[in-house]
Design a protein around this ligand. Structure first.
Ligand code: NAD
Ligand code: UDP
Length: 313
């Protein structure tokens, strides 16, 4: 049985990934619980294949008594409010944390996957975004700790690959949503669903004409696992759903599907908020035979029913 390290394993994506792998892999979850939740992994901690290690990846960690085969580097706050909360820590997580895990990959001869992001394209001038587009990122703005941190993590992945022959996989994740997003996460899907279910105002930042393309969590994980398992392909590769919606359209869909009487209110657009985002997924389709299957309506229905349970419990 292979041993997989999942950094950020108690978070939204990390806990779902653990569910996928637990029957066939030994899992070492590394998490500092900055945004992760114990309830996400409560059903896993007593599983014989599962070990929880409370640790911050900014600090080195060694597993000298067991062989590591796979490393999924998911540790990093993903929501703008959380990654901006302590910007220097976010950069350290992306740079020092990634170096620590790449060192582990090198020592163990492990394959390592980096959860990169569509944010490497910044506020894109090319639409849709292909992997060859080099982006339009503000290096000194409020999102830079995340955007530039993730860009540097990609650089590190490829430098370790060239210099030390580490087997790397780089996945550029586009906005992903689903059950187990945190109520306090602050990202748009969870915010709108919770606001609608509570009958609170739905907060649209800016005009709501900016776009995002929303991928349901199960589709995203299919892509992540395929990328990790595919030989001879490092990426970077976009994984996301190319169906593009304005934020206003998302709000309307959430109101309709929840049957809410919430009204829309408009707030200031945060600085450097990208205007448009949509992945070109031709490369994922060609190299991984991957495309998303779950449309927004179906994914929202699952997400709404998750938050209904959270709110009523
Ligand atoms: P999340 O906030 O739910 O999970 C991140 C996890 O990392 C949390 O459990 C947190 O406690 C942990 N963590 C943060 N800093 C750490 C550190 N220094 N040491 C150890 N653990 C640490 O977010 P998510 O949506 O599950 O995102 C997972 C990864 O995917 C992140 O790297 C994120 O940048 C990337 N990503 C996610 C999306 C998305 O839409 N969900 C989009 C692009 C990229
Ligand atoms: N947004 C919004 N209301 C909210 C939260 C977010 O209008 O309550 C907008 C945000 O300004 C951005 C988009 O929704 O244009 C997606 O934001 P999110 O934080 O989910 O992710 P991003 O793609 O910006 O990292």
């Amino acid at each position: 049985m292979k041993t997989a390290v999942i950094s950020g394993g108690a978070g939204f994506l990390g806990s779902h990934l653990s569910d996928r792998l637990i029957a066939t892999h030994k899992i070492l979850c590394i998490d500092n619980f900055f945004t992760g939740k114990r309830e996400n992994i409560a059903h896993l901690v007593s599983h014989p294949n599962y070990t929880l290690i409370e640790h911050d990846i900014i600090n080195p960690i060694h597993f000298s008594d067991q062989k590591i085969d796979l490393i999924f580097n998911l540790a990093c706050p993903a929501s703008p409010i959380h990654y901006q909360h302590n910007a220097i820590r976010t950069i350290k997580t992306n740079v020092l944390g990634t170096i620590n895990l790449l060192g582990m990959a090198k020592r163990h001869g492990a394959r390592i996957l980096q959860a990169s992001t569509s944010e490497v394209y910044g506020d894109p001038l090319e639409h849709p975004q292909t992997e060859s587009y080099r982006g339009n990122v503000n290096p000194i703005g409020i999102r830079s700790c995340y955007d530039e941190g993730k860009r540097c993590a990609e650089t590190l992945m490829f430098d370790y690959h060239r210099q030390h022959n580490v087997a790397v996989r780089v996945m550029r994740i586009f906005n992903t949503y689903g059950p187990r997003m945190s109520e306090e996460d602050g990202r748009v899907v969870s915010n709108f669903v919770i606001q609608a279910l509570r009958g609170n105002d739905i907060t649209i930042y800016g005009s709501g004409e900016q776009t995002r393309s929303f991928c349901y969590v199960t589709d995203l994980l299919d892509g992540m696992i395929k990328l990790m398992e595919t030989d001879g392909f490092t990426g970077p590769v976009n994984i996301g759903n190319p169906n593009e919606f304005t934020i206003r359209e998302l709000a309307d869909a959430v109101i309709e599907q929840t049957g809410s009487s919430s009204r829309l209110i408009f707030k200031d657009l945060p600085k450097d908020d990208p205007q448009r985002r949509k992945p070109d997924i031709s490369l994922a389709s060609e190299k991984l035979d991957w495309q998303p299957k779950i449309e927004l309506r179906a994914g929202l229905a699952e997400t709404i029913s998750f938050f209904e349970q959270q709110i009523s419990s």
